[in-house]
Design a protein around this ligand. Structure first.
Ligand code: ATP
Length: 366
């Protein structure tokens, strides 16, 4: 049984007709690390707040295990503190007048856990999160990243069934962010807590999640493992949101068709005769190749003449800008490029790496 189930969940604020979240159906498995991913304003935080009980649903229902915690039809509603969930927000709100140990201990005291057990749990989480050496300090004496760990420790100490995290790493610098990601992953493995994690950062989602739910404008676009989201995007939004540099899109639809579309169309009609009504095609930059000798194009690949119009080093990898039939394509490579601006040659892409979308942007499955 899934840990958390959202059925046709909806939220509109202040009685407005505009829905922040629309008809959301989502299952979050027990022990899963689910990332809610999407651009600003897509409804991620609202979804998290509905799960926590900080927001009442405007429609649909949410269950935790077999217990309905919010249902508009029946009017049943279980308050946040009775849902067994821990929440950590971007601003981690530690008590400034309490030491780190007291802060970590806070939730356990509230729950009147016996002293010996409290001490054992506090010691364990402080050790896991590497904050035991700060136990006698006050929050103002710690860095942002250290405070972030204390906020997490305070939540983990009470051993919540579900941990809800809203962009908890967004205040940290790049290195600390990376360290904390690794730490969160370890915590998840050790504590086996079900985690719902809100982020707009695709890399964060890809590196942390066992499952990603991609949202746009209040609607769920796709749920899947990081690999599924990347390799089999359900639609153009997902394909374009995930991946850096972004996927190359060749418009194929009438009126919008790009110069390269004729070549792509004639290749696809032979390689995938069963696919019709093509609106656009997506080619990931790392799936593209460029060679100067046509004999080096792999058999069966889609190919066409192209010119190198730019070589951009990005530190350890390179982006090569190509012009193919007057359409711009970006290619990435980890090998130092042997080509230079102005070189003529051939781009190619293997058939399995071509993403085909219909005129509505939906993935066309061959
Ligand atoms: P961000 O990444 O910027 O935090 P988000 O994906 O978490 O965005 P939400 O905060 O859930 O998005 O907001 C979804 C939509 O609901 C937005 O259009 C937002 O303006 C609106 N909204 C959120 N909270 C309220 C509120 N309390 N009152 C009115 N509208 C709200």
């Amino acid at each position: 049984m899934p840990k958390i189930t959202l059925r046709n969940a909806e939220k509109s604020y202040g009685g407005t007709a505009i829905k922040a979240v629309r008809d959301l159906n989502l299952e979050i498995g027990d022990g899963e690390f689910m990332c809610l991913l999407g651009p600003s304003g897509c409804g991620k935080t609202t979804t998290l707040r509905m799960i926590s009980g900080l927001e009442h649903l405007s429609g649909g229902q949410i269950s935790v295990g077999d217990k309905v915690v919010d249902c508009v039809a029946s009017g049943s509603f279980i308050s946040p503190e009775k849902r067994g969930m821990g929440l950590v927000f971007q601003s981690y709100a530690l008590w400034p007048h309490m030491t780190i140990e007291r802060n970590t201990d806070f939730g356990l005291r509230l729950r009147k856990v016996p002293k010996a057990e409290r001490q054992a749990r506090v010691d364990k989480v402080m050790k896991t999160l590497g904050i035991e050496k700060y136990r006698d300090r006050y929050p103002s004496q710690l860095s942002g990243g250290q405070q972030q760990r204390v906020a997490l420790a305070r939540m983990l100490a009470v051993n919540p069934d579900v941990l809800l995290l809203d962009e908890p790493l967004s205040n940290l610098d790049a290195r600390l962010r990376l360290e904390m990601r690794a730490e969160l992953k370890r915590i998840h493995e050790e504590f086996k807590t079900t985690i719902v994690f809100v982020t707009h950062d695709q890399w964060e989602a890809m590196t942390l999640a066992t499952s990603i739910a991609v949202m746009s404008e209040g609607e769920l676009q796709q749920v899947g493992t990081p690999n599924e989201i990347y390799e089999q995007p359900a639609n153009r939004f997902v394909a374009e949101f995930v991946g850096s540099p972004p996927i190359n899109i060749v418009e194929m639809g009438e009126g919008k068709a790009e110069p390269l579309s004729g070549l792509v169309k004639s290749y696809l009609s032979k390689a995938f005769p069963q696919i019709d009504a093509i609106g656009s095609v997506g080619l990931r930059p790392e799936a593209l190749g460029f060679v100067q000798d046509a004999a080096e194009v792999p058999q069966g690949a889609m190919e066409g003449g192209a010119q190198v119009t730019g070589v951009l080093p990005t530190g350890g990898s390179w982006i090569i800008e190509l012009r193919a039939h007057d359409t711009k394509l970006f290619l990435t490579t980890h090998k130092p490029p042997v080509v230079a601006e102005g070189d003529q040659g051939f781009f190619f892409v293997r058939p399995e790496a071509i993403h085909v979308f219909d005129s509505h942007g939906k993935r066309n499955v061959s």
